[in-house]
Ligand binder design. Structure first.
Ligand SMILES: [Zn+2]
Length: 81
């Protein structure tokens, strides 16, 4: 078998933490956090292909990171004016 150790349906495949998935917990899918929150495409892309569509990621890994969305472009130096 080539099943990776982190294959529990309730564990995030990215960080191994609890993914808080309602489906894995036996609750209705509508009550899952992923229904109310957008999942970062980069996070989905980071999920191993074998686990994609099988295992939920956790809210913190799925969150669209502030770094990716709005990079800190302000230079640390003095203002130009
Ligand atoms: Zn995670």
């Amino acid at each position: 078998m080539s099943t990776p150790p982190l294959s529990s349906p309730s564990c995030c495949p990215l960080c191994g933490g609890p993914n808080q998935c309602a489906i894995a917990a036996g609750r209705p899918p509508e009550s899952c956090w992923c229904m109310a929150q957008r999942i970062a495409p980069a996070a989905l892309a980071a999920v191993p292909e074998a686990q994609r569509g099988q295992v939920c990621i956790c809210p913190s890994c799925g969150a669209i990171s502030a770094d990716a969305q709005q990079p800190f472009a302000d230079p640390p130096g003095p203002a130009p004016i």
